[in-house]
Design a protein around this ligand. Structure first.
Ligand code: MF3
Ligand code: CO
Length: 288
C-alpha cells in the first residue's frame, strides 16, 4: 500500500505553551490533513497592510470601470493603471513580475489570462474583457480582476460573464473557517458544469499578501474536504477562469512575449477575482 506523505507545515513553537490555535491546527495535522505553515497565518498589522493595498487595487479597478471603452488601445488602459497606482503611492505588482512587461493583464474574448496590453490591440464593441490588476503598497500585495462587457455583447458572451461571476460567488460561499480549499473548487466546478461550461485547470487562486503568489493553491475544481485547511488569518485569492467550450488552453503563436494564454478551441473565456481574508466568521473581501 502507498501512503501519501503530507507535509507537516505547522511547527510547534519551542519554549512556549501551545496556543488554542496551535492545538487546533495540530489536531488536524495529526489526522493527516494538509495544514498551512505558521507564517501564512497573518497578524492584525499584516492584515491591515493588505487591506490598505486592497483599497488602492479597488480604486484602480473603479478607475478602469470609468475609463474603458471601445476604440481604446489596451496599452492606453494599461498606462492609466500605471499612473493611478503610482499616484496613490503604490506599485503595479505585475510590472516586471517574472519579466511581465506591463502593469496589468487585459484578456479579451478567447484570451484566458495574461493578455499583454499593446499599442496594436484595440478594445472593440461586443468584446468581453478581463482586466486583472495587482497592487503593492508598503510591501503588501492585493490582487483582483473584473470583466467588462463593451457595448453590444452577444447573449452567449453575456451569460458566460454572469455565470463566471456566480462561480466566484459560490466559491466564496463554500469557503468556511476550518473547512478545506477543495470545498471552494468543488462548488465552482459544479456551478460551471451545471451551466455547460468548463473550468481551466492550469491556473489557480493563491495565497497573497506578504508576496504575490503563496500557499495555498486554490484550484477551481476538485473535491470537498481536500486540499489545505482554511484557518482564520489566511489571505488568498479565488479567481475562476471559465470557458464556454472545453477546458484546454494553449499559447498564442502570434504573441512574442510568451505570456498570452488562449482557449485551445477558440471559445470565449471569462474570469473574476477577489483577494479574501479568512476570519472566524467566514470570508471577508479585501478588494471591494
Ligand atoms: N494577476 C495574476 C493573478 O491573478 C497574475 C499575473 S502575473 C503577470 O495571479 F505577470 F502576468 F502579471
Ligand atoms: Co491572482
Amino acid at each position: 500500500m502507498i501512503f501519501k506523505r503530507i507535509k507537516k507545515n505547522w511547527k510547534v513553537p519551542k519554549g512556549q505553551p501551545l496556543t488554542e490555535l496551535d492545538k487546533k491546527v495540530l489536531s488536524y495535522q495529526n489526522r493527516g490533513c494538509l495544514v498551512p505553515a505558521n507564517d501564512i497565518i497573518l497578524n492584525e498589522y499584516q492584515i491591515d497592510g493588505i487591506r490598505k493595498s486592497g483599497v488602492i487595487n479597488t480604486g484602480v479597478l473603479d478607475m478602469v470601470t470609468r475609463e474603458i471603452h471601445a476604440g481604446m488601445s489596451t496599452a492606453a488602459l494599461d498606462k492609466l493603471v500605471y499612473e493611478y497606482t503610482c499616484d496613490h503611492g503604490a506599485i503595479p505588482a505585475d510590472l516586471g513580475y517574472g519579466g511581465f512587461p506591463k502593469s496589468c493583464c487585459i484578456s479579451i474574448n478567447d484570451v484566458v489570462c495574461h493578455g499583454v496590453p499593446s499599442d496594436n490591440e484595440y478594445i472593440e464593441d461586443g468584446d468581453i474583457v478581463n482586466v486583472d490588476v495587482s497592487t503593492i503598497l508598503n510591501g503588501y500585495y492585493s490582487d483582483a480582476s473584473r470583466m467588462f462587457m463593451i457595448g453590444d455583447v452577444a447573449p452567449n458572451a453575456r451569460r458566460l460573464v454572469e455565470v463566471t461571476k456566480e462561480c466566484l460567488k459560490v466559491g466564496m460561499e463554500a469557503a468556511k473557517p476550518w473547512g478545506f480549499v477543495g470545498d471552494i473548487g468543488h462548488a465552482i466546478e459544479k456551478h460551471a458544469k451545471k451551466n455547460g461550461y468548463s473550468v481551466v485547470r492550469e491556473y489557480c487562486g493563491h495565497g497573497v499578501g506578504l508576496e504575490f503568489h503563496l500557499d495555498p493553491e486554490v484550484c477551481h475544481f476538485g473535491h470537498k474536504g481536500t486540499g489545505m485547511l482554511l484557518v482564520p488569518g489566511m489571505c488568498f485569492t479565488i479567481e475562476p477562469m471559465i470557458n464556454e467550450g472545453g477546458p484546454d488552453i494553449c499559447d498564442d503563436a502570434e504573441d512574442e512575449t510568451g505570456w498570452v494564454v488562449l482557449t485551445e478551441d477558440g471559445s470565449l473565456s471569462a474570469q473574476w477575482e477577489h483577494t479574501f481574508l479568512m476570519t472566524e466568521k467566514g470570508l471577508e473581501i479585501l478588494t471591494y
